[in-house]
Write a protein that binds this ligand. Structure first.
Ligand code: AMP
Ligand code: MG
Length: 323
């Protein structure tokens, strides 16, 4: 088994695997990443192969040291510096103009690169030991639920990755917030682990596209994503319990009455949206393994981390490619 508890020794081994151009899955505070040396195109190509990820979907590059910002970013302005100082390490990804050090495969041919400093001791130790930026998308097959435990990675991608570092469950549990700083004004590309409200306090004039917007507004972000294999539907207002269907339910809080669903998962008994985000993918993984015909999901308020939760649920419920 290539799943190993994260210790100083196993992190050194993982760093060597990265430096040899191979793949390591590692924990971050958002979700588990599938990492390769970011400055080597051939190593990054292995990420796309392992995930079955289309080449038009660019990768986020992780760094542990601000000096990499100057080396990877062609126009490192005051605003990027201010955001990095305020929110890094943390669940904010910044899209900035790239230098020639960043291979085109990483950015899907775009002139900009997405950069983040993760706030997780294992991720930071791995980056420091490897002495290189690490390109890492979520460690799941393309389009499927993101992994928030090492076991999720082992189940989904166990055979495609050289080593999985186990650092326990991810504290935030949804992917990073992505802010595009390459143009004016800055644009939110994906709501995520850093609440938009916190960003808006620092970036006064920013564009936040409407949540229901049917078109993908970030490169690589398709309408259907983060999806379990089981079909997902939002719980309609006039819901009638489906008599002949093996249905599951994902709710924010503990329901007041006993509902006759085959399986119910509760995101946060107290209705706390931060706790709900941390539990989102684990709840969906369990529902997806329960042999259901449909998973009904309840809407959550779109404030704080609720915005990221609703973004993931909308994509999970979107029509699937080819079906
Ligand atoms: P993930 O698969 O969670 O690592 O997220 C990667 C996402 O970040 C991609 O699907 C893009 O939407 C976004 N992204 C990465 N690089 C760029 C870039 N250079 N420009 C714009 N968006 C990017
Ligand atoms: Mg992903």
């Amino acid at each position: 088994m290539n799943l190993i508890s994260a210790t100083p020794t196993s992190i050194q081994l993982a760093a060597e695997i990265i430096r040899n151009g191979n793949l390591v899955a590692f924990p971050t505070e958002t979700v588990y990443g599938l990492g390769a040396e970011a400055l080597k195109a051939q190593a990054c190509a292995k990420i796309f192969a392992a995930k079955n990820r289309p080449y038009f979907d660019p990768l986020i590059v992780h760094i542990a040291d601000l000096s990499w910002l100057e080396k990877l970013c062609a126009r490192f302005d005051q605003r990027a510096r201010q955001l990095a100082e305020k929110f890094w390490p943390g669940p904010l990804t910044m899209v900035v103009p790239k230098t020639d050090l960043v291979p085109d495969i990483v950015t899907a041919g775009l002139p900009n690169v997405a950069l983040r400093m993760p706030n997780h001791p294992v991720a930071l130790a791995l980056l420091n030991a490897a002495q290189t930026p690490i390109a890492a998308p979520s460690a799941n097959p393309f389009g499927y639920l993101s992994p928030t435990t090492a076991q999720h990675v082992a189940e989904q991608l166990g055979n495609q990755v050289d080593l999985i570092l186990d650092g326990g469950p991810c504290a935030i549990g949804v992917e990073s917030t992505i802010l595009d700083l390459s143009g004016e004004p800055p644009t939110l590309l994906r709501p995520g682990g850093l609440p938009v409200e916190s960003l808006e306090l620092v970036v006064g004039n920013m564009v936040v596209p409407k949540a229901e917007s049917p078109r993908p507004h970030a490169p690589g972000q398709l309408p259907s994503h983060y999806a379990p294999r089981t079909p997902v539907e939002f719980l309609p207002g006039d819901f009638v319990f489906p008599a002949n269907k093996k249905a599951g339910l994902l709710v924010l809080q503990t329901p007041v009455e006993n509902l006759p669903f085959f399986k119910i998962e509760i995101l946060s008994p107290a209705g706390d949206l931060t706790e709900a985000a941390a539990n989102l993918f684990s709840c969906l993984h369990r529902l997806d393994r329960a042999g259901l015909e449909v998973i009904y999901v309840e809407r959550v308020p779109e404030t704080g981390l609720g915005r990221a939760i609703m973004d993931r649920l909308r994509k999970a419920a979107a029509p699937r490619p080819g079906g």
